[in-house]
Design a protein around this ligand. Sequence first.
Ligand code: PLP
Length: 391
Amino acid sequence: MSENQRTPGFSTHAIHTGQDIDEVYGAVVPPLHLSTTFAPDGIGNLRNGYDYGRAGNPTRTALQQQLAALEGGRHAFSFGSGLAAEDAIIRGLMRPGQRLVMGNDAYGGTYRLFARVHGDWGITNTPIDLADHERVAAELQHSDATLLWVETPSNPLMGVTDIRALADIAHAHDALLVVDNTFATPYLQQPLSLGADVVVHSTTKYIGGHSDVVGGAVVLGEGNAADDLAEKVAFQQFAVGAVSGPLDAYLTTRGLKTLGVRMDRHSSNALALARHFEGHPAVERVLYPGLESHPQHQLAASQMRDFGGMVSLQLAGGEPAARKVAEGTKWFILAESLGGVESLMNYPHEMTHASVRGTELAVPENLLRLSVGIEDVEDLIDDVEKALAGL
Ligand code: PLP
């Protein structure tokens, strides 16, 4: 292959796609377009297709082009949050009376959205163990099940789901496969290439990467069927209007440019920390797909480039120990969210997953979720060691 035909790699796309040099001033970083409205060249003659900020904005377009390229898709839509993106998928691709099948370890807010918002509008959901492929097929066999929702790795139990196998099962039953790729990011895992129909992200997390912007995205692939789905999601984005604002889109684009290098460091830090605490007397179990002891380690290795920055720990001392450690670290900041450069500590039972307590999606009370940042890993390990020593 000649030099000119080379397909750009991930980070080359991340830095250049959608980032054309400004034609007026030659600015290397495209300008941030805050304008809510765009003057046409006379009635009906839009300049480059823009008329109003909810319908479209050049800064948002730049982000959407970047996201589509990085997921290996053709269409991407940027939203004001991950849940807004999820809502656009459900409302765009489902109808009242239909049912979705989902993993019973999905993010609590996703379950709350499906159960308590869409449920009231007649779209039902069935949470099940997605490792049980016979059960998945049986649930999809019902004529009212049209969509299979997978989150892999899952939040916070770090379960890994076989995307290729579930795509085959979904398609055999005329259902769509949606993959929440928030934990892995397109750098580590590309669900469209594994057979998924739709990818969704909370870009608030690794894609933004600096804990300073809330956002979400939907990405769809190539071909007529994908074009058809894209039209439906595009209509939701336009008609409902849960779009990302220009500044949010700009910050997300900036974050995306460094996604590859950040994910390499998140992954190596997380693996070092997970290995260090496996077998520690105060730790009952380390949940990290990069450990050989993880039940789906081989599967994760077959569909991910690396294993990411999220590690969960179950503590031998139960709930009191988990609470004490959560409040006892220095570099790991006790906070909601994940995926930023700084390390965060979360007690899901009472924080991110409080809304699913008492349901099938409830998380163990002795579980801590660590978003391992890109600081020096020796400092991070020392921090958790000291907190455990204080038990
Ligand atoms: N999906 C996953 C896996 C998440 O962890 C989250 C948020 O924590 C969401 C979706 C929802 O995204 P947002 O908080 O941006 O609405």
